[in-house]
Design a protein around this ligand. Structure first.
Ligand code: NAD
Length: 354
């Protein structure tokens, strides 16, 4: 098919990829003339933060990064950054830690170097979600995009298999929606297909052998590509549903993406036959049916399939449907409340998508 008209922006971030690349960090700091970083982690990844500090022979650590980037935590981190005269931020962790790095960077202008250890893709986006008083607000600004990203596969070896699977499905969701984004373009579609293929192949291998270097590298490569998709084009129904379920019902981020994705794709399928074919081509065992391929992948990854497994209740279905249809994101199929309600009901009950 000849390319139609499109707009394509190249992501301006610098990416250093490969096993052992954490050792490139001092050089990356030096080329930007940075000397005194604030190193960010979660309480569970203090050890990895300490490795960063030893690698640099410099820096101060703030280890309270939390899911949904609460502004109260950001305020404490900002005060600490000021007190230690930090000239930069190094975040090592998943989307939560990177989110804190973005929140500090956009408020202070400090350069932000990311060392991602999950497959969330946040490091590739100019998007920041922050929570205050129980409400999560998301904004986008080119200045939020981290300037340098070091992908060192060695640091992902400790990511538990369950989290690897849900985080990988979160990444696949970014790329799947990029394929039918209202502002999609041929380059991003190439990255999306390659990203999904890489993750669909590597995630099952990681389940069997969590420290398989090849599988881990392929997954991280796929996550990078999927993150680029998320950062480059607009997301649709699937991300809207997950934002509603996470933001208003406090459901866990990556797990919710994994449950909802086959249902969102099944909803959109009648309007995106070519995208469904591209997806089916890279989902093993799909037999030409992408939804079937995703159902199979989720089974293979032994993931929980029902929103009810995460505390979502029967009586929440109508409420969630109401929020999801108000202010919808651009989507290839029109948003109809009864059908969206049924989609959420199926996801709640853990039924196979169809
Ligand atoms: P996370 O960052 O919350 O990490 C989950 C847990 O896994 C944490 O306890 C973390 O310390 C631990 N962990 C991470 N890597 C590990 C490793 N290699 N070994 C051992 N433990 C490890 O989870 P996430 O799914 O990466 O991020 C979710 C958050 O990111 C959500 O708040 C979501 O909204 C946000 N997010 C933002 C964007 C964006 O573009 N702004 C994109 C995706 C996700």
């Amino acid at each position: 098919v000849a390319p139609q008209s499109f707009v394509y922006n190249i992501s301006p971030s610098r990416v250093v990829f490969g096993s052992g690349k954490l050792r490139a960090l001092p050089g990356e700091m030096a080329r930007r003339e940075l000397r005194s970083p604030l190193i960010l982690t979660t309480p569970g990844q203090i050890h990895q933060g300490e490795i960063v500090k030893v690698t640099l022979g410099a820096g101060h650590m703030f280890t309270e990064a939390t899911m949904h980037t609460p502004t109260s935590v950001t305020e404490r981190a900002l005060a600490y950054a000021k007190s230690v005269l930090a000239d930069s931020i190094v975040s090592i962790g998943g989307g939560s830690t990177i989110g804190l790095g973005k929140a500090i960077s956009i408020r202070t202008g400090l350069p932000h170097i990311c060392i991602p250890t999950t497959y969330s893709g946040s490091e590739m986006t100019p998007i920041l979600g922050e929570s205050a008083d129980g409400i999560k607000k998301t904004r986008s600004d080119p200045k939020i995009l981290p300037g340098t990203v070091i992908y060192d596969v060695d640091l992902t070896m400790t990511l538990p298999v369950g989290l690897s699977a849900t985080s990988g499905m979160n990444a696949i969701a970014h790329a799947a929606e990029a394929l039918y984004a209202h502002d999609s373009n041929p380059i991003i579609s190439l990255l999306a297909v390659e990203g999904i293929k890489s993750l669909a192949e590597s995630l099952p291998a990681i389940m069997d052998s969590p420290t398989d270097l090849n599988a881990r590298s392929t997954a991280q490569y796929g996550a990078w590509l999927c993150g680029l998709c998320l950062g480059s084009v607009g997301m649709a129904l699937h991300h809207k549903l997950c934002h509603v379920l996470g933001g208003s019902f406090n459901l866990p981020h990556a797990e919710t993406h994994a449950v909802v994705l086959p249902h969102s794709l099944a909803y959109n399928a009648p309007n995106i036959p070519e995208v469904m074919k591209k997806l089916a081509d890279v989902l093993p065992g799909s037999n030409g049916d992408a939804v079937q391929g995703l159902n199979l992948l989720l089974k293979r990854l032994k993931l929980q399939r029902g929103l009810q497994d995460f505390g979502f209740k029967d009586e929440d279905i109508d409420k969630a449907a109401g929020i999801a249809v108000s202010n919808p994101y651009s989507n290839p199929r029109s948003i109809e409340r009864p059908l969206i309600r049924e989609l959420i009901r199926r996801a709640y009950a853990g039924e196979d998508a169809r």
